[in-house]
Write a protein that binds this ligand. Structure first.
Ligand SMILES: Cc1cc2nc3c(=O)[nH]c(=O)nc-3n(C[C@H](O)[C@H](O)[C@H](O)COP(=O)(O)OP(=O)(O)OC[C@H]3O[C@@H](n4cnc5c(N)ncnc54)[C@H](O)[C@@H]3O)c2cc1C
Length: 320
């Protein structure tokens, strides 16, 4: 594979149902369709509702792939996916494989598959990442919720009913939608991210994968004519094979050429900084457990709620 100067596109799938079901602009579905429609495989993370963990799986059908849609804010487990993917490639010598994971997972897979001499049959797409919270946190949060309310059958962090810029996070329990904004607040206050996320070497626009996908944040300001409130993907193309992928999916996308200035976001420049409250957060967790920290770190104080309401009316900035 040949490295090229990184090409930048803003894009989103034309199919509106797919766009609504995707976290950003649906780039993942557009790319994975290519492989699944020609009998090839994809390896990516899927949420397991029995264990409350994100686990990598080898996927061969659109039904399984659809279950992988949507960002889940917890660290996913590669498990045995490297060996499973290698075995599948050896047993299916005519076929190709697409690997999709966050930067560290995708680069790990690239190195592994290169040592096996199989890189030519593999396409690697990585996802821009703010950082992953400890998987223990979600597991305990979900177990606690299930004890109080019943079995979780669906989870989303990025429902678009209020638009892509203000996602709604909830779990479905029976007929009820239970909001999980406290967990999301803990994700964004950066207390619970893995220590390695704060030193992430993949927080850059230059990567060794074929393509990087993410949200095209601030597109309403940088390319207002192209902005869609229902979701916008950023696609960074790094190799000739990434270019080949983009050429094959572009008929299914609305897209426009962009550049690294327009698509700038913090996690393309540097890892997420460590929260000043990280130590206190984990000490509180040791002492008080999951429900205590969700209450302490995941709720907005009443004073700030009132301030936010006033600021919203006046068109100002929100306090967390
Ligand atoms: C923890 C996390 C942090 C992120 N931070 C940013 C950010 O700071 N900036 C930004 O631009 N984009 C970020 N993203 C990426 C963004 O939210 C979308 O996942 C991405 O743009 C793909 O969206 P899509 O519409 O193409 O497809 P979707 O269908 O929404 O994407 C599904 C893909 O995401 C994978 N995925 C979901 N959760 C995980 C997980 N926990 N670990 C590994 N893979 C997962 C699925 O396996 C599948 O491959 C983050 C994603 C995650 C999971």
């Amino acid at each position: 594979m040949t490295k090229i100067q990184t090409q930048v596109y803003a894009g989103r799938v034309k199919d509106r149902d797919t766009l609504r079901a995707s976290s950003s602009g649906g780039a993942f579905t557009a790319i994975s369709d290519l492989f699944l429609e020609s009998g090839d495989a994809i390896a990516t993370a899927v949420h397991n509702y029995q264990t409350h963990t994100m686990e990598f799986q080898l996927i061969l059908s659109k039904k399984e792939r659809n279950a992988a849609r949507g960002s889940k804010y917890m660290q996913s487990k590669p498990g045995k996916i490297f060996q499973i993917a290698e075995e599948w490639l050896c047993q299916n010598p005519e076929k190709k494989l697409l690997f999709v994971g966050v930067g560290c997972q995708a680069d790990g897979f690239r190195r592994f598959i290169e040592t096996k001499g199989l890189r030519e049959r593999v396409f690697i797409v990585d996802i821009i990442c703010h950082g992953s919270p400890s998987p223990k946190l979600w597991k305990e949060y979900a177990v606690s919720l299930e004890k109080r309310k019943g079995k979780i059958t669906y989870l989303t962090f990025k429902d678009k009913r209020n638009g892509w810029k203000t996602p709604t996070a909830f779990v479905r329990i029976g007929e009820e939608e239970v909001m999980i904004g406290d967990y999301v607040r803990v994700f964004y206050n950066n207390c619970a991210l893995r220590p390695s996320c704060h030193e992430c070497p993949y927080a850059t626009a230059k990567r060794k994968t074929d393509m990087t996908i993410g949200d095209f944040w601030h597109i309403e300001e940088t390319i207002p004519d192209f902005y869609d409130p229902n979701g916008n993907s950023l696609l960074l193309i790094h190799t000739d094979r990434g270019e080949q992928l983009f050429d094959s999916i572009k008929d299914n996308l609305d897209y426009c050429l962009s550049d690294t200035k327009q698509c700038w976001q913090k996690n393309l420049e540097a890892p997420t900084p460590v929260s000043e409250r990280r130590h206190e957060f984990w000490m509180d967790y040791q002492r008080g457990g999951i429900d205590f920290i969700m209450k302490k770190y995941g709720t907005t104080p009443l004073r700030n709620k009132i301030m936010n309401k006033l600021l919203r009316i006046m068109g100002g900035v929100h306090r967390k």
